[in-house]
Design a protein around this ligand. Structure first.
Ligand code: PGA
Length: 250
């Protein structure tokens, strides 16, 4: 069976003391199901988050990293720096990085390559805009995003990749893709991977859904055959809500 994952993307929220207090609240919750739990605090708090999470089952991820190993890249963070503070998972390609920081497929392909070279796990986000869906182009857009950033990879590194399909129109908007829309796209993604690689590999890839997942809709979305968990924004900032989503797998 594929691994289930529920990951919380905290975005630019929670300062140091708030990070520690939310982690304390998360640690007091019970995971009654089989989902791996990941949180992604902001970069400056990752070191403290890793210490605060010691002894718990919760893993810590970064929200971004630079593609170069080191050097004159003011304000940036390298893969080695993340690993040095105990962070082995990185979210790449989030739609906010694509839209506000102009991260395109070629740049993301370079970031993925660097992260994989450092044996990091990548949560790779992608998804169509509302105009794409309205125009009926959502499948071709999603296929191009996958192909341009990931299809140069050999099969083996794919075992370090988790996909997160996030339709941009559903992120932070309260608008969720219906469970049927999520399933339809996740099945398409799996089929696309199977035709580039093989069915066996496609069947092993965890594909998360992201976009306004809440305690009220998580169970139904996660019940779909090709939906293996969620990438949660807003609802990950509250321990009760986040664990209600984690426990949709109970
Ligand atoms: P949301 O964000 O749950 O607040 O819609 C999801 C995401 O951006 O990953």
């Amino acid at each position: 069976m594929r691994k289930h994952i529920v990951a919380g993307n905290w975005k630019m929220n929670k300062d140091l003391s708030e990070t520690k207090s939310l982690i304390a609240d998360l640690k007091s919750q019970e995971n009654k199901g089989d989902a791996e739990v990941i949180i992604a605090p902001t970069t400056i708090n990752l070191h403290a988050a890793v210490s605060a999470l010691e002894g718990s089952e919760i893993h810590c991820a970064a929200q971004n990293m630079h593609q170069q190993e080191s050097g004159a890249y003011t304000g940036e963070i390298s893969a080695a720096m993340l690993k040095a503070v105990g962070v082995n998972t990185v979210i790449l390609g989030h739609s906010e990085r694509r839209a506000y920081f102009h991260e395109d497929d070629a740049l993301l392909a370079a970031k993925v390559k660097t992260a994989l070279a450092h044996k990091m796990r990548v949560i790779f986000c992608f998804g169509e805009e509302l105009e794409d869906r309205k125009a009926g182009n959502h499948f071709s857009v999603v296929e191009a995003q996958l192909k341009n950033a990931l299809f140069e990879l050999e099969s083996d590194p794919w075992l370090q990749i988790v996909l997160a399909y996030e339709p941009v129109w559903a992120i932070g908007t309260g608008e969720t893709a219906s469970p049927e829309q999520a399933q339809e796209m996740h099945a398409f993604i799996r089929k696309t991977i199977a035709s580039r690689y093989n069915q066996d590999l496609a069947d092993q890839i965890t594909i998360l859904y992201g976009g306004s997942v809440k305690p009220a809709n998580a169970k139904e979305i996660f019940s779909k055959a090709d939906v293996d968990g969620g990438l949660i924004g807003g609802a990950s900032l509250n321990a009760n809500d986040f664990y209600a989503i984690v426990n949709a797998f109970a």
